[in-house]
Write a protein that binds this ligand. Structure first.
Ligand code: NI
Ligand code: MN
Length: 229
C-alpha cells in the first residue's frame, strides 16, 4: 500500500516497501517545512519545474542519496551538469520505472531559475506528474493554472489522489481548483501550494467546503502527516 507524506508547499514523499520518491523538495528555504534535506532518504527526485520553491533542495538530496532525478529534459540536463543521475522526460511521455509508471502532463506556468545571474536560466516547460505505483495513481499538478485538458487527464486515468495548488496568485486559486477537481474526478484531493508565502495564504478549509459541496473528498494534510491509500 503506497504512503504519501506532506513535507510542505509542493513537497511530498511517496513510498512503498521498495521505493521512495520525493516531489519538489523545497525544504531548507521553507519556514513551514519540518524535515531537513539531509534527513530525506529517496531513490528518485521528481521535479516539476525550475523555480526555487520546487527545485529546492532537489540536487543536494539526489546527490546525497545517489538518487535519480526525473524532470523535463531541460531541467534534467541542468541537474545532470550539476553531477546528478537524471532521467529526462517530456510532456505527454510516459515511462515504466522499476517502481511503476510516470507520465508528464502539461502545466501552465513558467520554469526559469534564478541562479543569481542577470538573466534567468532557461529550464524548459514546467510539468505535472502522473505516478502509478502498486496500481494506484497520484497526480501532482505542479504549479499551474486551470486548463481544460484536465478533463482528458481525468477521463484517461483513474486518479486516486490529486495534489492541486490552491494558493492563487502564481497558480490556481480555490474556485479554479474546485473546477479542476471536477475535471479530474479523483478519489481524494489534497491541496498544496498555499500559506508558504503571504501572497498565497488561502484557506484549505474553504477549498474543502467548496469541493465537498460538489461531492468530492478532500484531505488536508498538515506538514509531516501521511495518507495511506
Ligand atoms: Ni513555480
Ligand atoms: Mn511554486
Amino acid at each position: 500500500m503506497p504512503k504519501l507524506t506532506f513535507l510542505g508547499h509542493d513537497a511530498f514523499l511517496l513510498e512503498n516497501n521498495e521505493t521512495r520518491l520525493v516531489f519538489d523538495p523545497f525544504l531548507s528555504g521553507n519556514p513551514l517545512a519540518q524535515e531537513k534535506p539531509e534527513n530525506i532518504k529517496a531513490d528518485y527526485v521528481l521535479l516539476t519545474h525550475g523555480h526555487g520553491d520546487h527545485l529546492g533542495d532537489g540536487i543536494e538530496i539526489a546527490q546525497a542519496n545517489d538518487a535519480t532525478i526525473i524532470a523535463p529534459f531541460e531541467l534534467a540536463t541542468y541537474c545532470s551538469k550539476k553531477g546528478c543521475n537524471v532521467h529526462p522526460m517530456h510532456i505527454g511521455g510516459e515511462f515504466n520505472f522499476p517502481f511503476g509508471r510516470v507520465k508528464l502532463t502539461i502545466a501552465h506556468h513558467g520554469s526559469g531559475a534564478d541562479l543569481g545571474d542577470d538573466a534567468l536560466a532557461y529550464m524548459g516547460n514546467p510539468c505535472g506528474f502522473l505516478v502509478t505505483m502498486d496500481g494506484k495513481t497520484v497526480y501532482h499538478a505542479g504549479d499551474t493554472g486551470l486548463f481544460l485538458d484536465m478533463q482528458l487527464i481525468g477521463e484517461m486515468n483513474s486518479i486516486d489522489i490529486a495534489l492541486l495548488p490552491i494558493g492563487d496568485n502564481f497558480t490556481m486559486g480555490i474556485d479554479d481548483a474546485v473546477k479542476a477537481t471536477e475535471f479530474l474526478n479523483p478519489k481524494t484531493v489534497v491541496p498544496m501550494h498555499f500559506k508558504t508565502f503571504q501572497v498565497i495564504d488561502t484557506d484549505p478549509h474553504l477549498f474543502r467546503d467548496k469541493a465537498s459541496e460538489k461531492g468530492f473528498n478532500v484531505t488536508i494534510l498538515d506538514v509531516g502527516k501521511s495518507l495511506e491509500y
